[in-house]
Design a protein around this ligand. Structure first.
Ligand code: SER
Length: 307
């Protein structure tokens, strides 16, 4: 029997492309998001991600087997609304894990982030296990979530899997409220006005990947045999090492008139607290993580598609 999947946060940057990728594999996808109207005949629901009863209703009605919990408040917005961020990011996860424990569903995907790392974490080739003292509200929620995932796996046998996503670059749905958002905005601004004022300093480097690699990694992890999954907190995931000046240099190759300027704001401190590159050997060895889209290709795709 085909699997039924629920994507919570289906209209967001990652959720929207995840739904497309799952549907392309002929998997029945139910979309749930605070931005949707409920229309069960279209397999879509208005859902507050932290509403456990509403979630249980959807799981039961559609006999959902797998949940991808993609709704979250990202790093920059979380600094402005710490309590809301904690409630949304934590309660939604605890509800899903609890319902998995109660056997309403079989498998859970929950995204963590490079934001779990903090200023005292080794910056280069950051290991899976290292000093993990996040200094942002978002990072604290992600680290706590990782530990809850591991706890529910160990104590209740829940098959929950997770990735520490780097910044994700995509053109179909814009990210919102993240620190790495500049790496998406820069392309639409380049196409529209040939200039971009970056809120992150020129050389500040953070790990990022193109969306198709993030989606592939997510689906590969979820399809891997359970015995291959050695990490039940969240897997390190590396990718491209991106800075505003590096992106600008590559954009200029295709748009020679492009100009970048810099006005760092409060998001600079967040980016400064994150690693520059990530050691993701465990993900490569356990289930074959790899990056297919390199920097040149990513810049070309983004310039060709960002309006
Ligand atoms: N891209 C996210 C952010 O900037 C990090 O996971 O908040």
């Amino acid at each position: 029997m085909p699997t039924t999947v629920l994507v919570i946060g289906s209209e967001g940057q990652i959720g929207s492309e995840l739904c497309e990728a799952l549907s392309a594999k002929k998997i029945e996808v139910i979309r749930a998001d605070i931005k949707l109207e409920t229309a069960p005949e279209k397999l879509q629901y208005h859902l507050e991600a932290s509403d456990k009863d509403a979630l249980r209703y959807i799981l039961e009605k559609h006999k959902v087997e797998t949940v991808y919990l993609m709704a979250a408040m990202l790093s920059a917005t979380s600094e402005k609304f710490p309590e809301k961020a904690w409630h949304l990011n934590m309660q939604s996860l605890l509800n899903v894990l609890d319902l998995a424990k109660e056997k309403y569903l079989m498998k859970v995907f929950w995204p963590s982030s490079i934001a779990v790392f903090g200023p005292d974490t080794p910056k280069n080739n950051t290991p899976q296990e290292t000093i993990i003292n996040p200094s942002t509200v978002y990072g604290i929620s992600k680290r706590a979530g990782e530990l809850w995932c591991s706890y529910y796996h160990q104590v209740h046998g829940v098959d929950v899997r997770s990735l520490r996503y780097p910044g994700i670059i995509s053109h179909k749905t814009a990210p919102g409220g993240g620190t790495t958002d500049y790496a998406v905005e820069i392309f639409s601004q380049a196409n529209r006005t040939k200039q971009y004022n970056s809120f992150i300093k020129a050389p500040t480097t953070t790990p990022m990947i193109y969306m198709s690699d993030a989606i592939d990694a997510t689906l590969t992890l979820m399809n891997a045999p359970a015995e291959n999954i050695s990490i039940r907190t969240s897997y390190n995931l590396g990718g491209l090492m991106i800075s505003p000046e590096k992106l600008a240099k590559h954009i200029k190759k295709q748009l020679p008139d492009f100009e970048i300027s810099y006005t760092p704001d409060y998001r600079q401190k967040i980016a400064d607290s994150w690693p520059e590159s990530i050691d993701d050997r465990i993900a490569r060895n356990d289930w074959g993580y790899h990056v297919s889209v390199d920097l040149e290709q990513m810049v070309s795709i983004m310039l060709a598609n960002c309006l």
